[in-house]
Design a protein around this ligand. Structure first.
Ligand SMILES: CC(C)=CCNc1ncnc2c1ncn2[C@@H]1O[C@H](COP(=O)(O)O)[C@@H](O)[C@H]1O
Length: 273
């Protein structure tokens, strides 16, 4: 939604390709209507139709994102003010990633997201925003070259992982935690392999990391090795170096696996197996 008209009500609302204005504005989002179980009678009629809409979000996302260069998804608070330490860090990170040849993907909103998009865009990199329909959404920030608006959080989250080589997570709230823990769970359960996760802002993350170490790992809820998945730093160059090195290691691993498979094939052909 954009532009409040003074009464606190937005003037415009986007639902996928549809723009709603004035009295056509709805006061719930597609995610709410899908997940809200009070309207059970709707399930049989409306959910089947919704499945097609959900599918169309995946098609649109895959189609638009498939041609991207290597990319890094950057997460962080929608509420941080321009000039705040995390926004300054995000802008520097966006620029450094762009200079290293990475596109920068964010949630397309304000705060840390906007700062990362700004850094990338001004450094000449490709800046991508994956927006989400929210009751209080403000539209995609102005530093985005490619923007996609999603109705469903889960379709959008697939794009953050599928088209990025790494995650960089700056200080943020629930949304940022959700994105961080999703990435860690995917790596821990090997749904994605060796995906670097960089946490930026030592002071902000220290308490959570201490708790994860003492309480989570100490209580046997995760393996202490799981914490090795995280690189914690305040230093933009170190963050980018970590991503580049992890990326190179993954490529080397994949090439070695492909070579081994080719050698096995050649050997089998040679022995007539
Ligand atoms: C001012 C305000 C709250 C605007 C909300 N506008 C938003 N636009 C786009 N993505 C968002 C928004 N709010 C949360 N997110 C998602 O959740 C994360 C930030 O949530 P949080 O502020 O840490 O919890 C972002 O990385 C983003 O993917």
């Amino acid at each position: 939604m954009r532009n409040s008209n003074g009464s606190g009500q937005p003037n415009e609302q986007r639902e996928g390709p549809v723009t709603l204005r004035h009295k056509a504005i709805r006061h719930t989002t597609a995610d709410q209507r899908l997940l809200d179980s009070r309207l059970r009678a709707d399930w049989k009629t409306k959910d089947a139709w919704r499945a097609l809409r959900i599918l169309s979000e995946f098609v649109e996302g895959f189609d638009t994102m498939a041609d991207l260069p290597p990319a890094v998804s950057v997460f962080g608070s929608a509420r941080s003010k321009p000039g705040s330490p995390e926004c300054v860090m995000a802008e520097e990170l966006g620029a450094a990633l762009a200079r290293s040849g990475y596109a920068v993907i964010t949630g397309g909103g304000p705060g840390v997201m906007e700062a990362a998009n700004k850094g990338a865009s001004e450094a000449g990199g490709l800046s991508i925003g994956l927006g989400i329909e929210l009751p209080f959404e403000q539209g995609l920030n102005e530093f985005i070259d490619i923007g996609i608006d999603f109705r469903y959080f889960f379709a959008r989250k697939t794009m953050f992982v599928k088209y990025a080589q790494a995650f960089a997570v700056l200080p943020g709230g629930f949304g940022t935690m959700d994105e961080l823990f999703e990435a860690l769970t995917l790596v821990q359960t090997r749904k994605v392999t060796r995906f670097p996760v960089v946490l930026m802002g030592r002071d902000y993350w220290r308490g959570l990391l201490d708790w994860m170490e003492k309480t989570m790992a100490g209580g046997g809820k995760i393996s202490p090795l799981d914490l090795d998945l995280i690189c914690l730093t305040d230093d933009v160059s170190e963050a980018v170096r970590h991503i580049i090195e992890a990326d190179a290691a993954i490529v080397a691993e994949q090439e070695a696996a492909e070579r081994a498979a080719a050698e096995r094939l050649a050997k089998d052909a040679g022995t007539g197996d």
